[in-house]
Design a protein around this ligand. Structure first.
Ligand code: ASP
Ligand code: MG
Length: 452
């Protein structure tokens, strides 16, 4: 057991540390909760995108220079407003030079390892600045290098964490500091067994924060972002969307998986393993409250939220050989597994199976079925690939045990062309696949009928 409990971990996203004003608001939030001992932060907003561009290799030296200048400006604008920052300035200068060197190398010899080393600089810098800010406010703060704490495999760009090793390193190197100081560390980054810098994938800071919370057996995890919690749907799509006060791990996991972009989809995995409640709120407006995600929510409404995931690909495999035989699906999935294709939704009929491809790790691009995979599948069956689709997921509770639960759903979708329906595997969701251009309308109609 952790002798220092109760400790809370707080994570601040890029917009919450993107300007001096935002940093101050985040510091206020930290100071308001004395149980917050570990703070995990992202790069200042905008920086990671610039670094990714540099990592892809910018040939034109002037264009490269411009990118570097843009990054420097973001940091300098904050630094110039902080007192006594010679030492921090020196650290930040050092990292800016490192970025410039890496960017030169990336222009001639880009690599995934270099990309991770380069994009990690955003978090390495923001933590220097934020640590300085907290100290200048009289909060005794030390900065820890996440690469010495968070152990991952060597899959650059989407490294898989090793929770056991991470826990051992955190217990060893982090806990002693937490007794006396507030500790600020980087989200998103870690290191493999050889000490090479890795990243968990875009938006991975939430996941880092949850892994740290697990490793130090924290009592709670707060994810401070730019919205006051999880909403019944994306308010940009349905203006009547409202924040949800409390939601269960199962419901929130379904939401994250099905496209609600509040949390990185893996965030809840460590929280569930260690039973850590997670709070989501807006750092610039903590008084507005937020959403608690817990193992068990006090209420369990039939319908909790509607999530939308765009840019989906559906693959339909048809084989007359499937009729009254066995082993067809096994063969299909053997091929998909060999090509490391993760399946999201699936539905079958007697002679065909339709599935959508999981997009969790593809950073917004539609997941692709490689030609070689299509060729192999084609030897087995007829393959039809359909793009420009969207998955709309209705999340709730006891859906497959409540008489008539789907009636209201189908009512709302009376006019819609439904390409696929998934229902019954989980009692927390009903998913429909629709044409991309119908998606907004479908979400609005479901929200209006079921939540307004
Ligand atoms: N800075 C990284 C990104 O922009 C990680 C994060 O913010 O979660 O993706
Ligand atoms: Mg983020």
């Amino acid at each position: 057991m952790n002798p220092l409990s109760p400790i809370s971990v707080a994570k601040f996203g890029g917009t919450s540390v993107g300007t001096i004003h935002a940093m101050r608001q985040s510091a206020d939030v930290i100071e308001q909760n004395p149980q917050t001992r570990l703070v995990v932060i992202s790069a200042c907003s905008g920086v990671t995108n610039h670094l990714v561009a540099l990592a892809q290799g910018i040939d034109d030296p002037q264009a490269r220079q411009d990118k570097l200048a843009a990054i420097t400006t973001i940091h300098q604008t904050i630094l110039t407003q902080l007192p006594d920052c010679q030492n921090t300035q020196a650290e930040v200068d050092h990292w800016h030079l490192t970025i410039a060197e890496y960017a030169d190398t990336a222009a001639s010899a880009p690599s995934t390892a270099l990309t991770d080393a380069l994009v990690a600089c955003g978090e390495l810098i923001s933590t220097h600045i934020f640590t300085h800010l907290l100290n200048s406010r009289g909060v005794a703060t030390v900065r820890a290098d996440a690469r010495e704490l968070l152990r991952t495999d060597s899959q650059f760009g989407s490294a898989q964490p090793d929770p056991q090793q991470t826990k051992a390193q955190c217990q060893d190197q982090l806990l002693p500091h937490l007794a006396t100081h507030l500790v600020v560390t980087q989200g998103f980054i870690g290191a493999d067994a050889a000490g090479q810098t890795t990243t968990l994938g875009r938006g991975g800071s939430d996941y880092s924060a949850a892994l740290f919370a697990e490793a130090i057996e924290a009592k709670s995890l707060a994810i401070w972002t730019d919205v006051p919690g999880i909403y019944t749907t994306d308010p940009r799509i349905a203006s009547q969307a409202r924040p949800i006060g409390e939601i269960s791990f199962s419901e929130a996991s379904e939401m994250a998986t099905f496209g609600a972009k509040i949390l990185h989809p893996s965030t809840l995995v460590p929280a569930v393993r260690q039973h850590i409640p997670v709070f989501v709120g807006a750092a610039r407006a903590p008084e507005q409250g937020g959403t608690w995600i817990r193992e068990q929510a006090h209420s369990a409404p039939l319908f909790r939220a509607v999530a939308l995931r765009r840019n989906q690909t559906m693959v339909t495999l048809t084989s007359l050989n499937m009729f009254h035989t066995y082993g067809f699906l096994a063969k299909v999935f053997e091929i998909l597994a060999r090509f490391e294709i993760s399946v999201d939704l699936i539905t079958t009929s007697e002679v065909s199976v339709a599935l959508t491809l999981d997009q969790t790790n593809t950073q917004g691009d539609a997941p692709q079925l490689p030609d070689a995979a299509v060729d192999e599948l084609s030897q087995l069956c007829h393959v039809d690939v359909c793009k420009q689709l969207a998955v709309v997921a209705l999340i709730g509770n006891a859906m497959n045990q409540t008489p008539g639960a789907t009636a209201s759903v189908f009512n709302a979708l009376e006019q819609t062309k439904l390409r696929m329906i998934c229902y019954g595997a989980s009692n927390h969701n009903v998913c429909v696949v629709v044409d991309e251009y119908d998606a907004t309308d479908v979400v609005q109609r479901l929200h209006a009928d079921l939540f307004e």
